[in-house]
Write a protein that binds this ligand. Sequence first.
Ligand code: FRU
Length: 423
Amino acid sequence: MDRTYNYHFTPPKGWMNDPNGLIYIDGVYHLFYQHYPHDIVWGPMHWGHAVSKDLLHWEHKPVAIYPTKEEYIFSGSCVYDKENVSGLGTKECPPLVAFYTAHNPVTGEEQQSIAYSTDYETFTKYVGNPVIENKKDTAADLTQEKPAFKKDFRDPKVFPNPILGGFSMVLAVGHQLEFYHSMNLLSWEKTGEFAPKEGFKEICECPDCFPVETDEGTKWILTLSLTSHIMPYYVGEFNGNTFAEEKGEFEESVSTPLLDYASDNYAMVTFANCPEILMLGWGESWDYVSQTPAKNYRGKMTMTRKAQLVKIEDGWRLRFTPATLSGVAPKDVWQGILQPGEQKEFVVGTNKKLVLSVTEEEILVDRSKAGDLSFSDYLQTKAAKFSAKRLKTGDCNITVIQDNGYVEIFADDGFVVFSVMTY
Ligand code: FRU
């Protein structure tokens, strides 16, 4: 039997991974997602689609974008082209422009392409695709062993550029991020690159870049997913061309903060065109998702989170709250305080307990007694317990939401979040 959830989105059937093209238009939240409708394992990627007015109840829509033999529709983002700068709609009927990575399953080549819609449901692929080509090297290079294109060139996130006008795109390119700019969403020029001082040691995926208002003015946040399944974020400045991290002196010794400190959340990104900062992730882990019990569908999303940027001792940090808490039944929520040295057990099934404990320095989550981990070595050895450094001192303020075994823990006032599945 498949699990069902009260507060978490799942596909009608088949496989689902990353959220794509999250966008808010006229009171409706659109959720597109990596989807293979014909099996419960990853396959030729489509963009699935669902809509909601409250982020809790979702209505399934027909598949939005279909793959071909030459192009799987990989992750990306949507832009609401209000002024019709792309010319793909009209002023009266502004187009929704979906940016996706066209992944060639035979060669592995990845390029950035567009599909557009004026009813926000049926999409047409743009005849001028790709809009960002994966530049081949010179003819001489073609004889070399290295591929004639950049490997891992994907997951475009397009956002309005308030400095240059038009739009920018942040793209994951191997071990770094690249920035591109466009006035009309169709022709793009590269404007910059970003990697932190110490470099990214793994392949980057699903980046995002967005402004946040603080009492010290606008700051920009850069987020991404790394293939070891962590999602770091950086706070700094976007100058119209590229992002630069802003690190206070006191922050040099502090480790990079993460969007999540457990393993059942990946590819988390924000909703575009939205007055609030709302984030949604894929509530699974590539390391064991294919072994998880499933029958008709596989994959769920996290709850939507609301984020604020707050300055604390360690520097600027995102503080999260569950966006839909008021819609969660009281029996599924626990809110309380743990003092250093205390722990709390959450019953997730008969004789199954998830243990949350707090010390002066750390917050710990232990799922080793919270159900079956036997189907995956990785789960037993590397993902049974999680810990995070505390971002507050003394009492730890906690909100926990439980939904049929999926537990999201917002600790230290929401500065430290763990998304944990129990089986
Ligand atoms: C991340 C990811 C993306 C890619 C997609 C393919 O989970 O690997 O980088 O676009 O999944 O489904």
